[in-house]
Ligand binder design. Structure first.
Ligand code: F6R
Length: 357
């Protein structure tokens, strides 16, 4: 039940700190160490390449997951949109492991790939919020999200839960392979949960940003580099889905290769900067669009902030920033939809679970 909340989406955004803590608990053993089923670890260890397959928001979580698995566990990863993979299968490596990411576990496009993968005799792991769902039953292994039911059509807490579970899978695989992480993931995810709480307490600020940048605009761009680019893709999807504003996420460096032609006087450009190695480059991109009349809204992170920033996120470990940087984007989309009188929980033309291909 949504209780005192006006919409499920807002309730589910607010549940994210609690979901982080539930996930930490669910994946800890009696010694408070993170653990993953031994069969899954063996499958990760034996695989020469991981293929992540998903749709929509879950695909965006997969993009972040690729960085985790490659950087922490040292296994190469490809991320594919399920509906493309099924008709245009890439050349597979010798020992592929498939990871299906799906909140509902019922998405037909992903299931179609799983059926093909099983025919080829490959192993598959499903990361889902729904125990006993089709994708969970048909895969060899399952990791659960522990996010609780997600009712709003726009996915919020499932996205952050997917990223958290992918971080745990990557860290535990790294440890099993004898690789040094250099940080304690339980501590860092705890810091994330606290940062999420602080962000959920700043709704008025998000409402203000939505009013200032998005109340009447026809379009909006999200730019970022590296992890911030992936989160920008998710921010754009959220905004499109529930506010019907035409929104696109771009890698900052790609602007000059075409998209910058779309910038007009007053075009809102939401820029994320949470990654030290690309901070200067993305700020350079902001200058480029501002010089052409854009209205930039920079969201940065404590430690990287400058006076031009509209909002500064609390600091978290650099690899975990998507877990916090997405929250203002979720809230901004929510308030933009409200300002524009859209049906937040049930946007037009969309269903919660897409069970047709
Ligand atoms: C966006 C959204 C969709 C889903 C997609 C996959 O807010 O909810 O893009 O992420 O339909 O659904 P699942 O994760 O259930 O496979």
């Amino acid at each position: 039940e949504k209780g005192t909340y006006p919409h499920y989406m807002l309730k589910e955004i607010d549940e994210q700190p609690l979901v982080m803590r539930k996930i930490i608990q669910a994946y800890q053993n009696d010694q408070n160490e993170l653990t993953i089923d031994a069969d899954i670890l063996a499958a990760m260890d034996q695989s020469d390449r991981v293929y992540i397959v998903a749709c929509g928001t879950s695909y965006h979580a997969g993009l972040v997951g690729k960085q985790f698995i490659e950087k922490l566990a040292g296994v190469p990863v490809e991320v594919h949109v399920a509906s493309e993979f099924v008709y245009n299968m890439p050349l597979l490596s010798e020992k592929p492991l498939f990871i299906f990411i799906s909140q509902s576990g019922e998405t037909a496009d992903s299931r179609a790939v799983l059926v093909e993968v099983k025919k080829l005799g490959h192993k598959a792991l499903t990361i889902t919020n729904v125990p006993g769902s089709t994708l969970s039953r048909e895969a060899d292994y399952t990791l659960l999200l522990h996010a609780g039911p997600e009712i709003a059509v726009a996915s919020t807490k499932a996205y952050t839960a997917q990223i958290a579970v992918l971080s745990i899978l990557s860290a535990v695989t790294a440890k099993a392979k004898g690789r040094e992480l250099g940080f304690d993931l339980v501590t860092e995810l705890g810091i994330v949960a606290t940062a999420m709480e602080a962000l959920c307490d700043q709704k008025e600020e998000m409402e203000e940003i939505a009013r200032e940048f998005l109340a009447t605009t026809r379009n909006c761009f999200f730019i970022g580099r590296s992890l911030d680019y992936y989160v920008g893709l998710e921010g754009a999807l959220k905004l499109k889905e529930i506010s019907y504003i035409q929104a696109e996420g771009f890698a900052g460096g790609e602007l000059k290769h075409g998209t910058i032609a779309l910038i007009e006087e007053g075009t809102p450009v939401i820029a994320l900067s949470t990654q030290e190695n690309v901070d200067l480059s993305i700020r350079g991109n902001v200058k480029e669009v501002a010089a052409r009349g854009a209205n930039p809204c920079i969201i940065s992170m404590k430690g990287l902030e400058t006076e031009e920033d509209r909002f500064v996120l609390p600091a978290v470990h650099e690899i975990l920033t998507p877990l916090v940087s997405v929250i203002p984007l979720q809230l901004i989309s929510y308030y933009a939809a409200l300002h524009r009188d859209c049906d937040v929980d049930k946007p037009r033309n969309l269903a919660k679970s897409v069970t047709v291909e």
